[in-house]
Design a protein around this ligand. Sequence first.
Ligand code: FAD
Length: 397
Amino acid sequence: MQYVCPRDVCVGCAVCIDICPMKCISMQFDQEGFLISVIDEKNCIDCGQCLRVCPSLKTPIGNNGDFEGYMCWNRDTIARINSSSGGVFSCLADYILERSGNVYGAAFNENFNLIHMQIYSEESLPCLRGSKYIGSNLSGIYIKVKSDLENGKYVLFSGTPCQNAALKNYLSNDYEHLLTCDFLCHGVGSTRYFNDCLIYLEKKYGSNIISILFRGKQHGYLKPTFEIRFANGKIYKEYYFLSIFGYFFRDKLCNRESCGSCKYATVERFSDFTMADYGCSDKLEQPLREIKKGISTLLVNTEKGRKVFEQVKNNLVYVERAKDIVISSSPYLQMQTSISKDRRMFFYDYLTLDFEEFIKKYYSVSKKEKRKMKYSGKWNESPVQFLYKVFHKICKL
Ligand SMILES: Cc1cc2nc3c(=O)[nH]c(=O)nc-3n(C[C@H](O)[C@H](O)[C@H](O)COP(=O)(O)OP(=O)(O)OC[C@H]3O[C@@H](n4cnc5c(N)ncnc54)[C@H](O)[C@@H]3O)c2cc1C
């Protein structure tokens, strides 16, 4: 088999598929369950277009780390609650939709495959909201974005930094109506492992899945819940980091290997905006209830980004942050994610054992871990808030 770039470097962005004049590249899952691009050698004419646009081989020119950083959240509470952090993505999407433009982002299709989708109405926006921690398939998307832009449409493209780099390489030119946003990224998990979890849970709950939510905010933004709803009304709900998927993603066991050598985990940004979870590492005074609903960090990276921020900022509650604070509280502006030394063993067992056997061996959340998760953050409340809650509980008795 011939690859566009080595398997451990390929990010699975699929841009090579869209650029190939011979249509002889396809996306396939490797054994571990990550999308990689494979060339059909018979039809390849060695034109080199795939190498020209590959974000692992070519890095777009960035902003030299020249950005403004904000702590912010969307004033629209519904959009905010249903987003992973402060709902800043929805605010940018609204800007484009109000101009009759198209928004591109990752959503599950009816078979729960994660793909990039084009949406053009407010009603479709919810499917793009929320982080999904597996790779999205973008085959055909770069062609659509370019066609929209050539037809004068406004476009918002949202994706990982490497997907944004792929788009920049693909387009070559800047387009006035194109707005791009990436996010700080600690990589994606194995789609094959994720799908196996879904099959396992469907069997366990005796019903088909109807919805998946990686980061529910029932217990607040700082303690996300992984929620899967089934057709028979049952729900699998677990703290994300203790869930059947998040537990291994947290420990960097089921993550994509190439994310460990990501070139884009740096202050050098080239998308107009970079979104991130608000780190809370500095002692900025924030009422606890605001943290619970979710707060974003937003980096405005380009001149175009600055102009758009001026137009959308009234829809956000925002506070400008000093650059050094933003950088020090955002690890993936400084270095790429690590990959666990146990990853090889994890995948060896995953690929050789029966899935239920594998889960028995690896997935055992201790009571201590559960307790720790349940009570973490409790003591962040101010003494007044704490006493108020105790008082309330006593009154209820
Ligand atoms: C795989 C992944 C890793 C991340 N890692 C970090 C991190 O380490 N630190 C950090 O601060 N923030 C990280 N984020 C970003 C963070 O979780 C929020 O997505 C971001 O702050 C925007 O939140 P929001 O509330 O504004 O928007 P949301 O409504 O949550 O919007 C999420 C946006 O991300 C897009 N998206 C979702 N899943 C994917 C995917 N798999 N591939 C491509 N695009 C996708 C959606 O289309 C949407 O545009 C990560 C996100 C993802 C998807």
